[in-house]
Ligand binder design. Structure first.
Ligand SMILES: Cc1cc2nc3c(=O)[nH]c(=O)nc-3n(C[C@H](O)[C@H](O)[C@H](O)COP(=O)(O)O)c2cc1C
Ligand code: SF4
Length: 396
């Protein structure tokens, strides 16, 4: 089943293994795919991945990430470069899905050159500058930005778009009562909180023929935030609105290493790539890093480390009839087969294993039993300053 050809949202995939959205830090100065990014995607396609979901692409100028070289799609000038990317990937008969995102509160006003925006002004511990609460008109403008981005994606030859509705970004903040404290028609009840995503889906459907997927954080570890019971209800509403597939993830950037889990915090990477530590003078680093390494084993990390969204994917799959994709700590062929055979998800997706081995699916098909990625999370820190790469448990 895992390696058999099948279809999803009307297009063919060679197997049921997808590359989950991964920010590569390889956009060019205009936010369009660079030659290096296209080369990376060709490697993934040559490695026989079933489908590639791109790294997140910002739909609005005020929705850009603080990480360098994020993809953007708020401007027609980038369509040609995205077309070059889809053409290169399609040469290998691999479909490619563009992930559309607005970073909301999870960016800094300094990085975007204007005040950041959010459904509500809730403090973000990593990016503490104040977010402007969106007005009605500004919310409709962002809906328009998502729809316009999807129109560009269709022109560029993408097979589908995926809305980034998780990990603490703008749409997640609307869905979650933690990020959404509004008292108007966009907040309060579950129906109100889902409204922005419903309108985006319907808007894209009205203007394009593209399937619309969503990635959500089914649970987010935030007081009063997303939990699986409300996520199930949200997914039912999204299916009704026309959503074509749901990828089930968890967590936010703020809750540390929950979305992508690791036994230990990668301290030397934290000190090299994360502010304010990255700007500490050398003498301070020489004292602080050994001290941090000493306490590191005492810092409780989220668990389990493997297959950690599969239970939630199953609960969602049992409540909707559209395909469900499970992501998070999936790295063994035996687990993937079990997830599919037991009907817990229709597809599995991976991120870090493909950073480590872009030709992973080919290797798994040829008998390698599991991904080599050791889930150390060094790649999750390097992106704060440089293009994504595998550091395999150490800073190079
Ligand atoms: C370097 C890196 C970049 C990521 N970029 C994105 C992204 O652009 N969009 C997204 O939805 N998730 C992103 N993620 C999260 C992954 O897609 C995935 O949900 C998470 O890593 C768990 O899957 P894994 O255990 O297979 O790595 C990123 C993760 C890493 C490590
Ligand atoms: S740095 Fe490499 S080994 Fe470590 S989690 Fe990332 S991809 Fe896996």
């Amino acid at each position: 089943m895992l390696f058999n050809e099948t279809t999803v949202s009307g297009f063919t995939v060679k197997n049921r293994i997808m590359r989950s959205a991964t920010h590569d830090g390889l956009a060019d100065a205009n936010g369009a795919p660079s030659d290096k990014l296209i080369e990376k995607y060709v490697q993934l396609a040559q490695g026989e991945v079933g489908c590639i979901i791109t790294g997140y692409a910002a739909v609005s100028r005020n929705g850009v990430s603080p990480y360098p070289r994020m993809l953007t799609i708020f401007d027609d000038s980038v369509i040609g470069r995205y077309k070059a990317l889809t053409d290169a990937v399609h040469e290998y008969s691999v479909p490619v899905v563009l992930q559309l995102a607005h970073c909301g509160r999870q960016t800094s006003s300094k990085a975007i050159g204007m005040q950041k925006v959010a459904p509500s002004n809730v403090l973000h511990t990593f990016y503490p500058d104040k977010a402007k609460e969106l007005t009605d008109g500004e919310i409709y403008a962002i809906i328009g930005d998502f729809v316009a981005a999807a129109v560009r994606a269709e022109k560029a030859g993408f097979d589908a778009v995926q809305l980034h509705g998780g990990h603490g970004y703008l749409l997640h903040d609307f869905l979650s009562p933690f990020g959404n404290r509004r008292k108007d028609s966009w907040g309060g009840s579950l129906e109100n909180r889902v409204r922005i995503v419903e309108l985006i889906i319907k808007g894209i459907k009205a203007k394009t023929k593209l399937p619309v997927w969503i990635k959500i954080s089914a649970e987010d570890n935030r007081k009063g935030g997303m939990n699986i019971a409300s996520s199930v209800e949200i997914c039912k509403l999204l299916e009704k609105a026309g959503c074509d597939a749901i990828e089930v993830s968890c967590g936010t950037v703020q809750d540390g290493m929950n979305t992508m889990r690791s036994k230990l915090m990668p301290m030397d990477a934290v000190f090299k790539y994360r502010e304010p530590c990255a700007s500490f003078p050398k003498w301070l680093n020489a004292i602080a890093l050994p001290a941090a390494n000493l306490v590191n084993p005492l810092i409780k990390q989220p668990s389990p480390l493997e297959n950690f969204n599969v239970g939630n994917a199953e609960k969602i799959k049992n409540s909707v009839s559209i395909p469900v994709i499970a992501v998070g700590g999936i790295h063994k062929v035996s687990d993937m087969e079990n997830i599919l055979a037991s009907g817990k998800a229709n597809f599995v997706s991976m991120c870090r294993p493909f950073i480590c081995e872009p030709n992973l699916v080919k290797k798994l098909k040829n008998g390698q039993e599991q991904a080599r990625c050791i889930m150390c999370n060094y790649c999750g820190l390097v992106i704060e300053k440089e293009p994504t790469r595998c550091l395999y448990g150490r800073v190079k």
